[in-house]
Design a protein around this ligand. Sequence first.
Ligand SMILES: Nc1ncnc2c1ncn2[C@@H]1O[C@H](COP(=O)(O)OP(=O)(O)OP(=O)(O)O)[C@@H](O)[C@H]1O
Ligand SMILES: [Mg+2]
Length: 340
Amino acid sequence: MPTDISPERDLSGRFRAYRKIGEGTYGVVYKAVHVRDNVQCALKMIRTDRDEEGIPSTCLREISCIKDLQHDNIVTLFDIIYANSKLYMVFEFIDQDLKNLMDMLDPVDMMLPQEYVKSFMWQLLSALSYCHLRRIVHRDLKPQNILVSNSGIVKIADFGLARNFSFPSRNYTHEVVTLWYRPPEILLGSQRYSTSLDMWSLGCIFSEIASTKPLFPGECEISQLFKIFEIIGTPNTRNWPGVAEYPHFKSVFPQWSFNLNKLAELSCLTGHGLDILREILRYPPEHRLTAKGALSHRYFLHNEFTQNRPSVAKLKEEIDQRMRSRRRTNRTASPNDHIF
Ligand SMILES: Nc1ncnc2c1ncn2[C@@H]1O[C@H](COP(=O)(O)OP(=O)(O)OP(=O)(O)O)[C@@H](O)[C@H]1O
Ligand SMILES: [Mg+2]
C-alpha cells in the first residue's frame, strides 16, 4: 500500500488546486488545473501492487495505447506522468459521471427523458464501435465510468485500462467492486475477454438509464447469476451451446424461463428499445448484438439527436426547479401538521 496518496509531493509546480473527486479500483482521482496550460483536468493516480518495483513496462505500453484512442465519446488522455514510482494519468475534466446524474433524478422521482436515453446510447455505442474495431475491450463499463458534460456529450473513461489487471473484487479503499454489469460468461468462470463483454454491460446500463434502476443488482457472484437467470432464463445447452463447459456452471441451478414482461417492466422500455435490449442481452457472447450492429438498429431510425444533443445543463435546471417546488409544497404543508 502506498503511504502517501496525495500527488502534491510528486507533482508540485505542475498542477494547482487539487481536490479529490473520486476513488476507484485503481487509485484516486483529483480535480486540478494544469499550471502551464491553465486547463482543468482530472488527475488519476494509479496504484499498482508493485509500487516498490515500479510499474511493469507492459502496463506502461498498454496505457500509452489509450493515448491513441481519439474519439468524441472517449475521455481524452492529455498526458502520462511517472514520478516517484507512481503513475499519473492526466485526463480532460468532465462535469459529472452518469451515476451522479441519475442520483440527481432520484429524489424528484424523475426519469431520464427518452431523447436523452437515446442520445446517450448512440454516443456510447459510437465509442464502443470505434474501440471494438481496434480490438480494445473496456471490461469495466458502469455508470461511474461514463462521464457526461453539461452540453450533453457522453464520454467513456478508463478505456483499455482494465485489461492490465485481473477482475478485482475489492477497490482501492477495499469496497466491494460492483458485479451488476458483469456478463454471465465471466461470472461462470470464462477467462476470454471479448468485445461482447462490453455489450452486456452496456445492455445493463441502457436499462438503468431508461428506468433509473439497476437491472441486475446482485450482492455476490451467485446472486448476480440468479438475478440474470430470473429475467433472461436459466441457461442450458439449447439456448447457450457450450454453457456446460464453463467452470462454474451447475446442472442443478434453479430453473427459470425467459420473462419478457418482467424485462419490459424493469427496464421501462417498449417497442424498438426493448427489442434492442433483448438482442444485446443474449447468452452466447457471439450472438450478442455488436456495437456496430446496434447503431443501425431501428431504434435509432430517426436519429436527429446525433446533430442536436439534448442539453444536460437544461435537464439539471429542470431537476432543480422540481426540487424547489417540492420544498415549497413541503413548507406550505407543514403549518397544518400541528393541527393534528
Ligand atoms: N476525466 C474526469 N473528469 C471528471 N471526473 C472524473 C474523470 N475521471 C474520473 N472522474 C471521477 O472519478 C471517479 C473515479 O474515477 P475512475 O472511475 O477513473 O477510477 P477507477 O480507479 O478507474 O475506478 P473504477 O475501476 O471503479 O472505475 C469517476 O467515477 C468519476 O466520478
Ligand atoms: Mg473508472
